[in-house]
Write a protein that binds this ligand. Structure first.
Ligand SMILES: *Cc1c(COP(=O)(O)O)cnc(C)c1O
Length: 406
């Protein structure tokens, strides 16, 4: 019996770029005005809370909104404590310091992440040690990590040491890419085996859960971001999350100039930072956290909407939440067929952006950036391939088909 093989219906590259542009546009109701990648949503209360700061004069580091924001954040994530900070990068830097990263230590992390991940490591005196990602979750690959540690790690009294560099491997910093949780249990298992501390860069994953647990709760300590393009924004801002009261207290002290509380005296007991989040920004954060569920629901329904509109296009894939996870779908992601010189990706980005549908590629993997090119690393095939194939399309909550403000 001969079976006739179904021909692959992948259109030629230019046609594919046009097809993607047409389908994305149709999914959004063929909008006339430019559509931004991620426009923040501010509920009516935001104006009231910010006005209250202006009226009362409490716009800076003192004021009630910071503590309220921290409590709400702890509540929303199920963490015991949240400590607000000026941005996500500083929150990650403080997380790594408190997790024990010392000058000369290595921190395992993905190369395919926003540059802040490696910058935070560097600012603590650590050296990024890049590991490849998995193509299903876009976060650190469990297999690549296990292989890498098997190859380079020697166990000593101080924990794992990289046989090639002689440096201690202190921390694994996982990142939940575009809101899709990494395989935390498997990664934690590897960390325990090698006595490496787990820290989460949860900058993109507020509202995302791994096996029912909010991201940021598996590691010792983690960082979230409230930058303008994130799922919630305070204009600029971030926070650390932890279940450890001592770590949270220490984070607060270190990031607020190590001042000993006193009615009037200025006494500080160590070299510290001013990474405090102003009350004005925290007020915006309180208003935003009140509608987090609303926003996550809208983003999940937009993802579902894209899925039904874009799945007829042969040759592309949409990134979906892992089976055991609930994702905030921060940025919707198209994965293109392999195109060795990024030519197809660039055609798609040109088509979309020229027609007002603001879209972007993923970050250039950090091992390809000048300041991180000489960092120690494992193989990077998946990161490099995804870099050439990935496109994020407009993902604002208001684009959801059943969006109603509030
Ligand atoms: C946004 C982001 C950060 C940093 O947050 P900022 O608030 O911009 O400093 C860190 N890591 C990742 C993965 C991010 O996406």
């Amino acid at each position: 019996m001969t079976s006739e093989k179904q021909p692959e219906l992948t259109p030629p590259t230019t046609d594919l770029a046009c097809a993607i542009r047409e389908h994305v546009s149709a999914a959004l109701g063929n909008p006339a005005a430019p559509v931004l990648l991620h426009r923040p949503f501010f509920p009516a209360q935001a104006w009231d809370y910010v006005k209250e700061c202006l009226d009362s004069g409490w716009v800076s580091s003192a004021g009630n909104y910071v503590a309220r924001f921290e409590d709400m954040l702890a509540n929303a994530t199920g963490c015991r404590r949240a400590v607000a900070m000026i941005n996500g990068t500083t929150a990650l830097e403080v997380s790594l310091l408190l997790a024990g990263v010392k000058r000369g230590d290595e921190v395992l992390c993905p190369s395919l992440s926003f540059v802040a991940t490696a910058n935070a490591i560097s600012h603590c005196g650590g050296a990024p040690h890049f590991v490849d990602v998995c193509s299903k979750r876009l976060s650190i690959s469990v297999d690549a990590l296990a292989d890498r540690l098997k190859e380079v790690a020697a166990m000593t009294r101080d924990g794992a040491v990289n046989r090639h560099t002689g440096r201690r491997i202190a921390v694994l910093c996982v990142m939940h890419c575009f809101g899709h949780p990494a395989d935390l249990d498997a990664l934690l298992g590897i960390c325990e085996k090698y006595r490496i501390t787990l820290v989460e860069d949860a900058a993109e994953s507020l509202g995302s859960f791994y096996r029912g647990r909010h991201t940021g709760r598996t590691g010792l300590i983690s960082a979230v971001s409230f930058n303008g393009n994130k799922i919630l924004t305070t204009g600029g801002g971030g926070a650390i999350l932890t279940d450890d009261d001592a770590l949270a207290d220490r984070a607060k002290h270190l990031t607020s100039t190590a001042k000993i509380p006193h009615l009037y005296e200025f006494r500080h007991d160590e070299v510290a930072w001013n990474y405090r989040l102003p009350n004005l920004n925290a007020a915006l954060g309180v208003a935003q956290l009140e509608v987090l569920d609303h926003i996550v629901r809208a983003k999940r329904s937009l993802a579902e909407h894209y899925r039904s509109h874009l799945s007829p296009i042969a040759g592309i894939e949409l990134l979906l939440e892992p089976d055991d996870c609930f994702s905030n779908y921060w940025l919707n992601t198209i994965i293109l067929p392999e195109n060795p010189d990024c030519s197809l990706r660039d055609q798609v980005l040109n088509e979309l952006n020229r027609s007002g549908l603001q879209s972007r590629p993923i970050w250039v993997p950090m091992h390809m950036l000048p300041m991180y090119a000489s960092c120690t690393r494992g193989p990077m095939e998946v990161s490099e391939s995804l870099y050439r194939r990935l496109v994020n399309i407009p993902s604002s909550p208001e684009l959801s088909p059943d969006w109603v403000g509030c």
